[in-house]
Write a protein that binds this ligand. Structure first.
Ligand code: ATP
Ligand code: MG
Ligand code: FE
Length: 350
């Protein structure tokens, strides 16, 4: 099926067009520049930017895919989770488009979309089930057992406080680096020593294994970094930004990869799929690949361009749903800012 996907959950207006598992176009307009001076995404600004960007983005995506609007078989949209106002703009546009074209509409889960990005990787072998999936983004850090991307996603654990991407952004701010902090820390860390400072690995003690084996915590790490810097400054010593960035990044990457591979072993699943914006992190990709290989686990990483928010992953998930014979959504759904990852799409019956 030819599917047009709309993504507006945060600050990216993403329009993606797929034909089955083939990616035809993926246009992304970001309002990031407008938020940068506030040090974070401003919901009202993001919503208005979506409204302005949607129409030209849809036209650009259609042109790039060399298809016309009436050839589209289905419309897909992120219905959650995300910023309510931002989501509503995409949901409204998708409903209007589906009604106007008289085509089925699939309201899908943004987080499962991040995982579904993998499907569009033409260089990879088909996804096998079950697979453990590690979702690391700006708002979420979750470990999943995916039995079927279109029907059965099990949540093994998630962050009990900050998301990994949020920790990157907050520590970047502490270090005086611009927003968004992920790429900045990655860059600063390149020349640093990851073993310079031993920062805490959250929820990794033996006593955490019973209740929080697959859960994450990054707020203690952020505080530890802030404290370490304060002490340096109080002692009148310079802050080694590269070493702090590298050591912080190492702590995040270590705990993410350790817990993900632990889940692979525990569930007897030799497959790990990574998804979400933080997967853009070079160290995370390298460590996951190397340690996966050593553990006999095949690690799948979607192409960089599909890791951060985009419409193609939304269209890809809907195309999978259609090919699995899943029902489209009725127009009764709305934006759901806290949609749980286990709700893959808003089915007609709910
Ligand atoms: P969610 O998907 O949970 O709703 P989101 O959509 O805002 O959140 P994404 O767009 O998937 O999140 O990812 C954005 C996050 O990824 C930001 O926190 C950003 O700092 C982080 N990020 C991007 N590049 C890197 C990198 N190279 N290293 C670490 N983090 C990164
Ligand atoms: Mg974003
Ligand atoms: Fe996202």
């Amino acid at each position: 099926p030819l599917v047009l996907g709309i993504e507006t959950s945060c600050d990216e207006t993403g329009i993606g067009i797929v034909r089955g598992r083939a990616l035809l176009s993926n246009t992304i307009a970001s309002s990031m520049d407008e938020h940068a001076r506030f040090g974070g995404v401003v919901p009202e600004v993001a919503a208005r930017a979506h409204l302005e960007a949607l129409q030209p983005s849809i036209e650009a995506a259609l042109a790039e895919a060399e298809v016309s609007l009436n050839e589209i078989d289905a419309v897909a949209v992120t219905s959650g989770p995300g910023l309510a106002g931002a989501l509503m703009v995409g949901v409204g546009a998708a409903k209007a488009l589906a009604v106007g074209l008289n085509k089925p509409l699939y309201a899908v889960n943004h987080l499962v979309g991040h995982i579904a990005a993998d499907i569009l990787d033409v260089t990879a072998a088909p996804l096998e089930y079950p697979t453990v999936a590690l979702l690391v983004s700006g708002g979420h850090t979750s470990l999943l057992l995916v039995h079927d991307l279109t029907g059965d996603v099990e949540l093994l654990g998630e962050t009990v406080d900050d998301a990994a991407g949020e920790a990157f952004d907050k520590v970047a701010r502490i270090l005086g680096l611009p927003y968004p902090g992920g790429p900045e820390i990655d860059r600063a860390a390149a020349t640093g020593n990851p073993d310079a400072i031993r920062f805490p690995r959250g929820l990794s003690r033996a006593s955490d294994r019973e209740k929080h084996r697959y859960d994450f915590s990054f707020s203690g790490l952020k505080t530890a970094v802030a404290r370490w810097i304060e002490q340096r400054e109080a002692a009148g010593q310079p802050v080694p930004v590269a070493d702090v960035a590298a050591s912080f990044r190492e702590a995040v990457v270590d705990v993410l990869v350790t817990k993900a591979l632990d889940a692979c072993q525990q569930y007897g699943v030799p497959r790990l799929l990574l998804g979400g914006g933080v997967i853009a992190n070079r160290r995370l990709r390298d460590v996951a690949t190397a340690r996966g290989e050593a553990a006999g686990v095949t690690v799948r990483i979607p192409p960089l361009s599909l890791c951060t928010d985009n419409g193609a992953m939304i269209a890809a998930l809907a195309a999978e749903l259609i090919m699995s014979g899943r029902e489209p959504s009725t127009l009764a759904f709305g934006a759901d800012s806290t949609l749980p990852v286990t709700e893959i799409h808003v089915a007609a019956s709910t």
